[in-house]
Design a protein around this ligand. Structure first.
Ligand SMILES: Cc1cc2nc3c(=O)[nH]c(=O)nc-3n(C[C@H](O)[C@H](O)[C@H](O)COP(=O)(O)O)c2cc1C
Length: 231
């Protein structure tokens, strides 16, 4: 089975971005845009509940019933469904000039290259937004779908895994799972805005989180207004 992207493109240094069924899908797309506009290739995975939340929050994927199940046909390069998803994302976020730089991968596609530690060009992975369900399954090594497996690979290969949990308040199970993941090497980066930078718009808040993730990945950016401190 082939993946729906050009291998040459994928052989650049790349990141995995996973959107799960927590609120805040826009954060995931903002990060996608930020990475591909900096010439990184992105392997984009969306969980089935992630599709539902994207529908509710962003009004996208209107003709996908229930979630991503229409994608069960795999990831062959001729798979029209995956390309349709990719096109819709490109249209919604104006990514046409960067079109070649990301691939949409089905969460059930466990044969994907990124499901293995041998995918050497993958620099890291960001789960944003991360539901408490995905948090728990990643923290416990379940590896039942491509998101969980790829995250597991990041940890075993000692690569960067950034998890952006979205829930409030947290219960002790959530907190224990976060501590466990942190102890395993992941960065826990909840999408919590700051107000010292005087955000004026929702975009300012989204940019702050996107910039913080790029900072955590070591990618230079001036997406958000930094605290300059007092002399
Ligand atoms: C509109 C909507 C918003 C949701 N927001 C959250 C959330 O912020 N955090 C969370 O942990 N779960 C949230 N959920 C529940 C998850 O989608 C659900 O637990 C799901 O099974 C998670 O699956 P996943 O981790 O495979 O994406 C939300 C569900 C819906 C429909």
């Amino acid at each position: 089975m082939k993946e729906n992207f050009n291998m040459e493109e994928a052989d650049r240094h790349s990141y995995i971005v996973a959107l799960t069924g927590a609120s805040g899908a826009i954060y995931g797309f903002s990060l996608l845009k930020a990475l591909i506009s900096r010439s990184f290739f992105v392997h984009l995975i969306i969980s089935k509940p992630g599709f539902k939340v994207i529908k509710d929050e962003l009004g996208m994927f209107a003709d996908i019933s229930g979630g991503g199940e229409a994608s069960a046909g795999g990831n062959d390069s001729l798979n029209g469904f995956n390309l349709k998803i990719k096109n819709e994302i490109e249209n919604k976020f104006g990514l046409h000039k960067d079109g070649g730089r990301f691939a949409f991968l089905d969460e059930n596609f466990l044969e994907a290259r990124i499901a293995s530690g041998s995918a050497k060009n993958v620099k890291g992975m960001i789960v944003i937004p991360c539901s408490m369900g995905s948090l728990s399954r990643i923290a416990n090594g379940i590896s039942g779908n491509l998101i969980e497996r790829a995250a597991d690979v990041m940890l075993k290969e000692r690569k960067k895994l950034i998890v952006c949990p979205r829930e409030t308040p947290f219960n002790d199970i959530h907190l224990k799972n976060m501590l466990s993941l942190h102890s395993s090497g992941a960065t826990i980066l909840p999408p919590i805005p700051a107000f010292y930078n005087m955000p004026r718009t929702v975009e300012d808040i989204i940019d702050f989180i996107t910039g913080k993730i790029l900072d955590a990945l070591g990618i230079e950016n001036d997406i958000y207004a930094r605290w300059k401190g007092y002399d």
